[in-house]
Design a protein around this ligand. Structure first.
Ligand SMILES: [Zn+2]
Length: 585
């Protein structure tokens, strides 16, 4: 059981952790000064160290190089003792398992640093085998340039050994690269070690600077994790080294590892600025849910629109003009890179109103292929009486034409030159003449059901809300959903475009055929939050940010998951669920 490491925040596989020594260390961070190595068993028989709460004691170990045969590995395996002070065990991805330590050091890291696929496989193998609430350490691996990607992959603890050693060899490290000390005309840094002229700057100073630069980069990484924006940073930072770019692409290919750890909602903006943005979990998940869970409920024609830089779209100048022309006679769906397609009911849903991308109108072939594929899947799943494309010439039109031909559709085009040009707007208006309008009530009901589909699964909107006559109080986007007996079931949360249940709504969800995410707890009544040790079992599909039912012998509650289901089950520390409403049984 880990007593001295706790995870406080998560951003994908990266976490903010706390190594609870007498002076706590926040991770990802450097632990050089607080580590005590009990030594290698190769050199001598070792006494079990006394340990102390001031340091992280590395238990006596026997490291083997990467690629050691299994038989050899087994015969030299170390029995790790159970100790009551902060401890770290030395493992390889093969030998990684729960030894009761607070942290685990991968001994063969040198073997796969620089090899993107091998590094990814090693980290994932180790992380899957180790308890979620223990720290993972790479020793002699971190530089100011690579540490953000190492943390992004899920590594928590580092030392400055490599950075210092490079300094003593005459290499000056920065977040974007390294320089021969002799080649520097001036010191490109303002840290304490660099407060002197380049002529006086020694290799010892250089080692000091390298450690400072690493510490500063780790502070930036921690800030990014707290903001939920490490990925945006990593996409840029990885550009400075081929293997770093290759590494995070490899992690993108391991979708399930990243998806399990990526929250379903965030407050923060998502910057989609590189070609890899398409592959990130948030984007793929949205596209997947829109084309496999969401279902159109309007009987009206479809109008495809270009996205706007301003979010939500409906508040932009251009979309206000489109709305005035459409007059509730069509279902409006926006096309956008890199999200794909956004039906009007989901325009607030994360990350549809949270992403920011470069709006030049010039899309790469990858972007066009992605948006076309999402549109194709969307139109295969949803039938419309008419499809009207009110999109500008160029990429947008080309995508619609591709899909039109592919699916044998008949699309009407209404733009002359520019979508907001007077002629275009009047085309849009007249092409819809005679089409019936939908009511505000229909629109609001469809929003609530669409959110349920998106959030809980295909068909959930019907499962949850079709047997009751629902009504709304308060205006969009702060919809409150009531049943015909005057009980409130849910509230729409405008910041994320998601539904939050009341206790009554949670019961409807629990009793419905829609997939329910349940956290099973011990015999207590939770108030405020459920801590991981109180969790008996949790649905594997639970993701951070998910709406969850909490149930135990004494309580029924509804809340929001703070960690994934698998993490709740394997953790002994940390908040599993924030409770919103609870009822004693
Ligand atoms: Zn410096």
């Amino acid at each position: 059981m880990t007593d001295y490491f706790e995870v406080h925040a998560r951003d994908g596989a990266a976490r903010i952790g706390e190594l609870r020594l007498s002076d706590s260390v926040t991770t990802p961070g450097l632990v050089d000064d607080v580590m005590e190595d009990a030594g290698s068993l190769w050199a001598a028989e070792r006494e079990l160290p006394d340990g102390s709460e001031d340091v992280l004691t590395v238990l006596p170990h026997r490291s083997l190089p990467a690629g050691t045969a299994d038989e050899v590995r087994d015969s030299f395996a170390v029995e790790y003792p159970d100790v009551d002070y902060p401890s770290a065990a030395v493992v390889t991805p093969d030998t990684a398992e729960d030894y009761g330590a607070d942290a685990y050091i991968l001994s063969d890291a040198q073997g796969y640093l620089g090899h993107a696929r091998a590094f990814r496989d090693a980290i994932i193998e180790a992380k899957e085998a180790l308890p979620a609430d223990s720290g993972l350490m790479l020793s002699g691996a971190a530089t100011p340039r690579n540490v953000s990607i190492l943390a992004y992959a899920g590594v928590d603890l580092f030392d400055a050994k490599l950075a210092r050693a490079r300094g003593l060899e005459g290499f000056y490290l920065t977040t974007d690269g390294e320089y021969f000390l002799e080649d520097l005309d001036e010191l490109p840094c303002a840290c304490a070690a660099c407060q002197q002229s380049v002529e006086e700057f020694t290799r010892a100073d250089c080692a000091e600077h390298n450690a400072n630069a690493l510490a500063a980069e780790l502070a930036r990484v921690r800030r990014r994790i707290r903001d939920g924006r490490l990925r945006d940073y990593v996409e840029g930072q990885a550009r400075h080294d081929q293997w770093l770019t290759a590494t995070f692409r490899r992690f993108d290919q391991q979708y399930s590892y990243m998806e399990e750890r990526t929250p379903v909602i965030r407050d923060s903006e998502l910057t989609a600025a590189s070609e890899e943005s398409i592959d990130r979990v948030e984007i793929q998940r949205f596209a997947d849910r829109v084309t496999s869970r969401y279902k159109n409920r309007f009987d009206n024609p479809l109008v495809l629109l270009p996205c706007s830089a301003k979010k939500p779209y409906s508040e932009s100048q251009s979309h206000r003009q489109f709305q005035e022309a459409v007059q509730f006679r069509a279902h409006m769906v926006s096309m956008t890179s890199p999200i794909g397609v956004v039906p009007q009911e989901l325009e607030l849903t994360y990350p549809a109103q949270h992403y920011d991308s470069v709006v030049t109108g010039d899309w790469s072939e990858d972007e066009m292929r992605f948006v076309a594929e999402v549109l194709r899947r969307y139109l295969k799943r949803n039938d419309y009486s008419r499809i009207i494309a009110h999109v500008p010439p160029g990429a947008y039109t080309e995508i619609v034409e591709r899909v039109e031909e592919d699916l044998g559709l008949d699309v009407e085009y209404t733009v002359e030159g520019h979508p907001t040009a007077t002629e275009s707007i009047s085309n849009l208006m007249s092409t819809l003449s005679g089409e019936p309008k939908f009511t505000r009530e229909q629109r609001e009901n469809n929003v609530v059901k669409a959110l349920a589909d998106y959030q809980f699964g295909d068909g959930a909107g019907e499962e949850l809300f079709s047997n009751v006559e629902i009504s709304m109080t308060s205006r969009y986007p702060k919809l409150q959903v009531w049943n015909d007996e005057g009980e409130q079931l849910a509230t729409m949360v405008p910041q994320y475009g998601m539904l939050a249940f009341t206790l009554e709504g949670a019961k409807v969800w629990y009793d419905s055929d829609a997939p329910t995410k349940v956290v099973e707890i011990d015999g207590f009544v939770p108030h405020g939050s459920v801590l991981a040790p109180g969790v008996v079992d949790a649905d594997e599909e639970i993701r951070p940010g998910d709406e969850v039912v909490v149930e135990g012998p004494k309580a029924f509650a509804i809340g929001r998951a703070e960690m994934s289901g698998p993490e709740m089950v394997s953790s002994m520390r940390g908040i599993g669920v924030e409770i919103r409403h609870v009822e004693e049984k």
